[in-house]
Write a protein that binds this ligand. Sequence first.
Ligand SMILES: Cc1ncc(COP(=O)(O)O)c(C=O)c1O
Length: 377
Amino acid sequence: MSYSIPLFKLNFDDAEIKAVTETIQSQWISTGPKCEELERNFSEFIDVPFALSLSNCTSALHLAMKILDIGIEDEVICPSLTFAASVNSIRYVNAIPVFCDIISNEDLNIDPVKAEKLITPKTKAILAVHFAGFPCDMTAISELAGKYNLKIIEDASHAPGSEYGGRKLGSIGDVACFSFFSNKNISTGEGGVLLTKNEELYNRAKLLRSHGMTTMSYQRALGHATEYDIAELGYNFRMDDMRASIGIVQLNKLPEDLDKRQIIRQKYLNMLSQNNNLIIPFAKNTEFVTNYIFPVILKNSNKQKRDAVRHALHDAGIQTSIHYPAIHRFSVYKDYTKSLPITEYVSDNEITLPIFGTLTDDEIEYICDKLEEITRK
Ligand SMILES: Cc1ncc(COP(=O)(O)O)c(C=O)c1O
């Protein structure tokens, strides 16, 4: 079925087509000048000196674990209310995910108070996932990192442009990872970026991005090098220049798109304020954020009721989603099971409503009216 209101619409036009065409005509389509341009622009945008374009955010997270020397039996404190990739990256290096509950139904980010209780001598890092682009409590997380000598990895997949105390998210932790997957604020189909302030970490990530090779094809094509060594066991986690050229256009469009999303969120908040059956997470947030998604949570509900509401919205032509099925309940994570009561309630009762820059007032009104009608029953 095609929905009359989809969850998300691409913010693409002729500019992306032109950019890809020019890249193809340039004869350099793998990792080259466009990847470097995207890295420069993104590093300037977030205000972090070193950026590395990658095949996706999953590879960025994997590299983050590697360059921070997180390995066998090391523990990483992480949320369960996130996409599987956040936590899979911990397992790729044979480290142990230690699931931490979120703050509340109103604040869906990792709870630093609960996180502190989970710290052991094996804890190496905290993975801060900025849910929907809303900032984690980076002050408290940074304090924990200082007190217990931990690294901070920001999974800023939802947050390119979100702010925290005047700084952009992704500029606070040791390493930050961004996703440019199709439905993200910046979309290249597949793609991601790793950011760090530390040149040594950046150089190691760059080496590992491309098989551990000491020089890249583009450098050799320019005559800057003719040979290479394999210095470390690496991967192929490279982005290509076609995607990078889309990313450059998308990054230029981002500020305008974020402004539109902010207005849309405010309209949603106004219209849903009368609905007593809903909790709107982060309603009190005052930071500028990306509004990557618009989550709502049903009050006094359960999974069955939530699924029925989603079904009724589906019948009304409105596409919704769930962010997220809790990771600690997935089969592959059954051995790490913890009771995470708030995460579990949110996971069972959250509904993600459509949000994208061209969502109209009529569409927002239709969604809110339907939701009121369905949740009143
Ligand atoms: C929070 C979070 N982390 C990581 C990822 C993985 O990103 P990618 O698909 O670019 O590998 C996603 C993507 O959906 C995500 O939402």
